[in-house]
Design a protein around this ligand. Structure first.
Ligand SMILES: [Zn+2]
Length: 396
């Protein structure tokens, strides 16, 4: 018995495999169907794919083809075209797919080289760097996130209002998750009384502006993240300018005046707000969706009189409580960026740390709400500077 040479084997396989030329494939894919028909699978290695690929092709390196094809093309009767660089590996890949029961498989004759030579459009796929593949592997392993989701996170801009108790865990988890741009708004400096809960900061940075301290921690955790420092107090004169351009706002403000301002400015700009607040042993968290409702003013139409608002310096808070609420905020922000799951919109979660109990309250839009009610022109929502109830260095 003679073992066939690779060339002989390939010749036989070519004879048994249907091929398609680049121009015919391009023509077939012009039907406008989404996803495009036939499905095109790029079986080259990652470094080849990164150099350029057929638009909308699904990249499955040859070594993973059998493992991943079912997710990419669940229907084994669906037409599939596989391609490699020159049309050799794709012949082998086509045979594997036929063995798996795919009935309509063709190999792109001439491969990607032939496609380019025919002058057909191709694109440079965005890809993770090798160090990013490692860093974010526990994300990309989740089918609902994958490389595409991670790239989305890296392209996302999230604004954290306050680098305090809530802003610490939320910005750190957002940074760890690879949110590419994190804005931090805080005009304060690190105080020793912050360190019981504000884990962004450190003992040796007491006296340092919080935005500087935040940047140091965030960049130390993940150098992929760009920190946009806003060392100021947000008010009616700067709110719109600051919020514009961010995809999600994480509101970790410690006072009513800022919360109203964020709510009103976010409705003007059309950006969702992940809101949380904390008091002693109890925290609340909810999402005010972009362009939607209910909003913060549906919950609290007007600020309470100054004498009824608790002074943050005196109120006190269990140190771990903002950790829990801030991490819930980061979770909601990531879900919003990825369009995953059910956002916490129209629902308020109340967490009681003493009883270890989460309660969910339904929030309803108030048709008479001054900012999201019926007939309100959102572009004309006035921005109001309420009296700051909670000035001074002690903040949550
Ligand atoms: Zn409202």
């Amino acid at each position: 018995m003679t073992v066939p040479t690779f060339d002989a084997l390939l010749r036989d396989l070519r004879g048994a495999t249907r091929e398609i030329d680049a121009t015919t494939l391009a023509h077939e894919r012009q039907s406008g169907a989404t996803p495009a028909v036939p499905a095109v699978i790029d079986v080259r290695e990652a470094d080849e794919h990164a150099q350029g690929a057929i638009p909308d092709a699904v990249h499955i390196p040859r070594g993973f083809l059998e493992l991943r094809i079912e997710r990419a093309v669940p229907d084994r009767a669906a037409p599939v075209v596989v391609y490699c660089a020159s049309g050799t590996r794709s012949v082998l890949a086509a045979r594997s797919l036929a063995e798996l029961g795919y009935a309509d498989v063709r190999s792109l004759a001439g491969g990607f080289t032939g496609w380019k030579r025919a002058g057909l459009p191709w694109e440079q796929p965005r890809a993770l760097r090798p160090d990013q593949e490692t860093r974010y592997s526990r994300h990309t392993l989740i089918p609902e996130i994958g490389v595409a989701g991670q790239l989305k996170l890296l392209g996302a801009k999230v604004l954290c209002i306050g680098a305090g108790g809530l802003g610490s865990p939320s910005s750190m988890y957002l940074a760890a998750a690879g949110v590419g741009t994190i804005g931090v708004v805080d005009d304060d400096v690190v105080d020793a009384s912050n360190l019981q809960r504000q884990i962004l900061h450190a003992t040796e940075r007491v006296g340092t502006p919080k935005v500087e301290s935040a940047e140091q921690t965030i960049r130390g955790l993940n150098p992929d993240v760009k920190v946009e420092k806003h060392r100021l107090r947000i008010d009616s004169s700067n709110a719109l300018e600051i919020l514009r351009g961010y995809h999600v706002v994480v509101d970790g403000a410690d006072n009513f005046a800022t919360r109203y301002l964020i709510n009103d400015a976010a409705l003007r700009v059309g950006v969702p707000v992940v809101h949380a607040s904390i008091f002693r042993f109890e925290g609340q968290v909810t999402v005010f969706p972009a362009g939607g409702s209910p909003c913060y003013r549906c919950l609290y139409p007007q600020p309470p009189p100054a004498e009824e608002a608790p002074s943050c310096a005196e109120a006190g808070v269990l140190g771990v409580l903002p950790g829990i609420m801030g991490v819930l905020q980061a979770t909601e922000a990531i879900k919003l960026v990825l369009g995953l799951g059910e956002p916490l919109a129209g629902r308020l979660i109340v967490y009681d740390a003493l009883k270890t109990r989460f309660r969910e309250l339904k929030l309803r839009r108030d048709p008479k709400c001054p900012t999201c009610g019926d007939g309100v022109d959102r572009a004309a929502i006035p921005l109001i500077d309420y009296e700051q109830f909670c000035a001074g260095p002690a903040r949550h």
